[in-house]
Design a protein around this ligand. Sequence first.
Ligand SMILES: NC(=O)c1ccc[n+]([C@@H]2O[C@H](COP(=O)([O-])OP(=O)(O)OC[C@H]3O[C@@H](n4cnc5c(N)ncnc54)[C@H](OP(=O)(O)O)[C@@H]3O)[C@@H](O)[C@H]2O)c1
Length: 287
Amino acid sequence: MKNRRIGAVEVSAIGLGGMPMSIEGRPEDEDRSIRTIHAALDAGVTLIDTADAYHQYADEVGHNESLIARALGSYGGDTSDVLVATKGGMFRPGDGTWLTDGRPEHIRAACEASLKRLGVDSIGLYQHHRPDPSVPYADSIGAVRDLLDEGKIQMAGISNANPDQIRQAQEILGGRLVSVQNQFSPAFRSSEPELLLCDELGIAFLPWSPLGGIAQASELGSRFQPFADVAAARGVSPQQICLAWHLAQSPVVIPIPGASRPESILDSVAATALTLDDDELATLTFG
Ligand SMILES: NC(=O)c1ccc[n+]([C@@H]2O[C@H](COP(=O)([O-])OP(=O)(O)OC[C@H]3O[C@@H](n4cnc5c(N)ncnc54)[C@H](OP(=O)(O)O)[C@@H]3O)[C@@H](O)[C@H]2O)c1
């Protein structure tokens, strides 16, 4: 497994996104989710992305964090090098919507609850989930800075941020911003300015929905013919080609494909062994 870096921490170049195991459409059989997380760990994945808002019903906040904690607890091997990256600043009332709450008091309470669910004294990477239009961004990020100063979190990241917000967060955190998590995929390339800024600043960039999202991931090859063509020539899946394309964008990129089946994450992880050549990259980028 190839590694990349978030702050001073080495993590697998491909992480596991936990969302499909906890929101609408999740497996009814929780054992399938546990097997998925264990398969990722067996394959050398040392980054798992989650959030307190990865749940379906209102009364199960932190469903995904609890699931991950259980899977790590029941894993037979050493998990001390696994970085669990969670998020706070959003909530789900249970009607299918996603809402923001960037008030400092909410972020503090959310972090305290995540600490308990994850069963740790300090969270490895805590990411502010999404800017709240009704709260000054500086106030939300100030709350994350306080958590960092108090040692409740080891590292701080942000998500769904534009270049100005990345620079602002970096300043408020006193140069300690380690990661930005934005949507980026063949279907959604408009986070390129943020990706380029992270490359320039040496901040990890974690593309979310890197395969196009839960509903579209299986159709990647049929929606984007160049990915199907390169995949056919290489004898691998279009999803693997897509993840190799992500990795080729910059050494700061660490894709976090979601999975709810062991086969999915095992196929995705194999992308770390692929190096695309310039012709392939040009085909994938420009069609
Ligand atoms: N910060 C944010 O606002 C935000 C928003 C959305 C997502 N995220 C994070 O980003 C992660 C990834 O995004 P996502 O889960 O929305 O979308 P995604 O990674 O683009 O797609 C996930 C789906 O892809 C399928 N899949 C994975 N690897 C595959 C492979 N090699 N071949 C075929 N299918 C494959 C999985 O199917 P199976 O379920 O059948 O295994 C899964 O349901 C999330 O899990 C979450 O951690 C963050």
